[in-house]
Design a protein around this ligand. Structure first.
Ligand SMILES: Cc1cc2nc3c(=O)[nH]c(=O)nc-3n(C[C@H](O)[C@H](O)[C@H](O)COP(=O)(O)OP(=O)(O)OC[C@H]3O[C@@H](n4cnc5c(N)ncnc54)[C@H](O)[C@@H]3O)c2cc1C
Length: 386
């Protein structure tokens, strides 16, 4: 099997590259320094239709596959930018596409594709539940044909830059259900109408990634805002997990390629002891190793995306790709830091910014420990560890 970009895929890559060129490292450095949202970048990407890649053409999107979406996100991160500012639009929209009614799709997808409506926020994580999503305690209580939501979510990103938020809540308590993954429901909340019922409080983090604690108090939502079936929300999320893991892998591959480019250029030009530092095996071997790792991760990513696009099972490949790509990216980040010596720490070189950014992908949206436990249990058939 050959993994080579088709002419159309090369055009996609080049188109995204052109957009990214308008946002050089200085733009990202400034956003990072001021902790501001890269609004201009997101607007430009939306205007070019790149964030609507996965929306079918009948709803105004480009109807492309996950392979193409992964090429788009890789290219963004490879340019030194950070796709996290807008990637959720690609992941999150999938829940409406797969499980929404025709009415919901007609109501939301064309506007999301056009960019007049943003769906950038996805609220799953809670302070006490952590990675054990079955332990979430935000509830939606049925009152006639409406629901009242109460609870607290944590690390919910881009709330201030989104019109809509998908939220996972319990409609049946943990104690009520026979299977702990039952009894959860996915709601689409219109944040513009929520008023004081939704309050987002920014969390300061080491990266420029707007994320929040979200307090929800007596939020009144119509039953028609349920996405998919009541009490089946966990499974609806699960359906999108492979796509999310493949797209995260693509961002990590983009990061790794950016780091390796920086390390190669710097080590070829920085002269110490009368020779380029890249002539030393202590510098060039780690870079070569990082390169080998990212190339291997890239093959698995394309294999996973190809399986996904042809409707074949891809859990094994999607998890392998997420693990391999994020570990390769983190290793390349460390190698590049070492290659740059003291300059790696200097903000103007961008290494420390991307170093911080790339660290996130080891833990969010899913920690690599959980990826390993998937592989151990579902691929290697070892006993379930939790
Ligand atoms: C910047 C940022 C943005 C985020 N954006 C969003 C968002 O938009 N929406 C959203 O819903 N969430 C978001 N998250 C949350 C993110 O998905 C969680 O932080 C992540 O899933 C880990 O959950 P936790 O922090 O509660 O870790 P915990 O569950 O407390 O786990 C802590 C550590 O223990 C490990 N661990 C736990 N249980 C096991 C086990 N059984 N076996 C082995 N290891 C284990 C974990 O792997 C982890 O390393 C974001 C997080 C960050 C930091």
């Amino acid at each position: 099997m050959l993994f080579q970009l088709s002419d159309e895929q090369k055009l996609i890559r080049d188109g995204v590259r052109e957009v990214c060129k308008k946002f050089p490292p200085k733009y990202w450095r400034d956003c990072d320094r001021r902790k501001t949202y890269p609004e201009e970048f997101v607007r430009e990407l939306t205007a070019g239709g790149w964030l609507a890649a996965l929306i079918p053409t009948e709803y105004g999107g480009s109807g492309l596959g996950l392979t193409e979406a992964s090429i788009i996100l890789e290219e963004i991160n490879k340019s030194g930018a950070n796709g996290a500012a807008c990637h959720a639009q690609m992941y999150t929209m999938g829940a409406i596409l797969r499980h929404g009614t025709i009415d919901q799709k007609e109501k939301y997808l064309p506007k999301i594709a056009k960019g007049t409506l943003r769906l950038q926020a996805f609220a799953v994580t809670e302070p006490t539940a952590g990675t054990d999503t079955t332990r979430i305690s935000t509830t939606a209580e049925k009152k006639g044909d409406r629901y009242v939501i109460n609870g607290q979510k944590i690390f919910i990103s881009r709330v201030q830059h989104s019109d809509l938020m998908l939220i996972l809540v319990r409609t049946k308590s943990y104690e009520e259900v026979q299977k702990k993954t039952d009894g959860m429901t996915l709601f689409l909340v219109d944040l513009r109408e929520a008023g004081d019922a939704v309050h987002a409080e920014p969390i300061e983090t080491m990266i420029n990634h707007e994320t929040n604690t979200v307090y929800i108090q007596n939020l009144d939502v119509a039953a028609e805002n349920i996405i998919g079936q009541e009490n089946r929300g966990f499974y609806h999320i699960l359906d999108g997990i492979n796509a999310e893991r493949i797209l995260i892998a693509s961002e990590a591959i983009g990061d790794a390629r950016w780091f390796i480019d920086q390390a190669v250029n710097y080590s070829n030009t920085r002269v110490v002891f009368g020779r380029p530092i890249g002539q030393n095996q202590g510098i060039q071997f780690p870079i070569a190793k990082a390169y080998a790792e990212v190339e291997a991760a890239d093959l698995v990513r394309f294999q996973a995306a190809g399986l996904f696009d042809t409707g074949k099972p891809c859990g094994r490949e999607a998890n392998l790709a997420k693990y391999l790509a994020t570990e390769a990216s983190w290793n390349s980040a460390n190698v590049t830091m070492t290659t740059f010596g003291g300059y790696g720490m200097a903000t103007d070189f961008d290494i420390e910014r991307k170093f911080r950014d790339s660290r996130l992908l080891l833990v969010a949206p899913v920690p690599n420990n959980l990826i390993l436990s998937y592989l151990a249990e579902h691929v290697l058939r070892l006993p379930r560890s939790y």
